[in-house]
Design a protein around this ligand. Structure first.
Ligand code: ADP
Ligand code: MG
Length: 283
């Protein structure tokens, strides 16, 4: 049963946030009146520099933080009123690494299958499928401690996939990876999405990835959404407004909507640019 106003026969939105607001102890609003709706089957990117409020917003959606103000629904289920119902529908891969290096890849995924109540008879098959989906079949019986950074990220993806979520939430899934590993992570995400029709909500501060893989993106800065549309429409829009024949990137759009604030206090954003240049050299 859903409890929103979805017309009969129509799939409710995978995620709806209305006026979501969250403040930590110091009173500053980490998330400040967030409104967004993610359609079922969409790959949606929540973008912004460090400190924008992406992780906080996502932790409210996943029920790890309460929703003190506003409303969040996952496939029509109110996150505040039906936490268990929401948890059954989604998988969350946090930013901090969560795989156990002293277990094999297969053991790590099996652990998640047990925790998420995958029926015992289906477990071995579903674990093997999840490992296959992320390209880890051959490495499945090696200790996760021997994996590269990209393989660990794909292992975490397999852990999230083994419960067959309808909404997969990934917080900075490619942070710190080299360009080849980043592409590999994304290709596995896109392949699983195509095969299962699941919805993907991803945060990233890599604008180039968002431009390439996300159906729509929300540009977030200081707890608020500054722009929301397809990457294409956002960049086209800025090109028209500029009218100087240049081809702006999503990063240019971000600078345009966030204003000069980014350059003054956006040390983190400049660091990201530096990381990207370094990564490009390494690649
Ligand atoms: N546990 C916490 N206690 C206090 N402030 C926090 C905490 N976590 C995050 N913040 C603050 O909330 C804001 C948003 O942080 P976060 O949601 O982590 O942003 P992002 O994921 O976009 O980098 C930042 O100003 C950050 O310093
Ligand atoms: Mg974060």
């Amino acid at each position: 049963m859903t409890d929103d106003n979805t017309p009969p026969g129509q799939t409710p939105a995978a995620l709806t946030c209305t006026g979501l607001t969250y403040a930590f102890g110091d009173g500053a609003k980490a998330v400040d009146g967030l409104d967004l709706s993610v359609a079922s089957g969409e790959v949606f990117g929540l973008l912004g520099p460090n400190g924008a409020g992406k992780t906080t917003a996502i932790r409210c959606v996943t029920t790890l933080l309460p929703v003190p103000a506003g409303m969040v629904r996952v496939f029509g289920h109110d996150v505040a009123a039906d936490r268990m119902g929401v948890r059954r529908l989604l998988s969350y891969v946090p930013q901090q690494l969560s795989a156990d290096s002293s277990l094999t890849g297969r053991e790590n995924v099996s652990l998640f299958a047990r925790v998420f109540d995958v029926p015992r008879k289906e477990r071995a098959g579903r674990v093997a499928e999840a490992l296959e989906a992320v390209g880890l079949t051959e490495a499945a019986d090696r200790m996760a401690g021997t994996y590269s950074g990209g393989m660990v990220r794909r292992l975490e993806l397999a852990q999230a996939l083994v419960s067959s979520p309808r909404l997969l939430i990934l917080d900075e899934p490619t942070i710190g990876l080299d360009p080849i590993a980043r592409t590999s992570v994304w290709e596995h995400i896109m392949a699983v999405r195509a095969a299962s029709g699941m919805t993907v909500l991803v945060t990233t501060h890599y604008m180039d990835e968002a431009e390439q893989y996300c159906d729509r993106v929300a540009l977030m800065h200081k707890g608020r959404i500054r722009a929301l549309d397809t990457p294409h429409r956002l960049t086209d829009d800025l090109r028209e407004r500029r009218g100087d024949g240049s081809s702006p990137t999503l990063e240019d759009v971000f600078r345009d909507v966030a204003g000069s604030g980014l350059d003054e206090e956006g040390g983190e954003f400049r660091d990201v640019r530096r990381t990207r240049r370094t990564a490009a050299r390494v690649g």
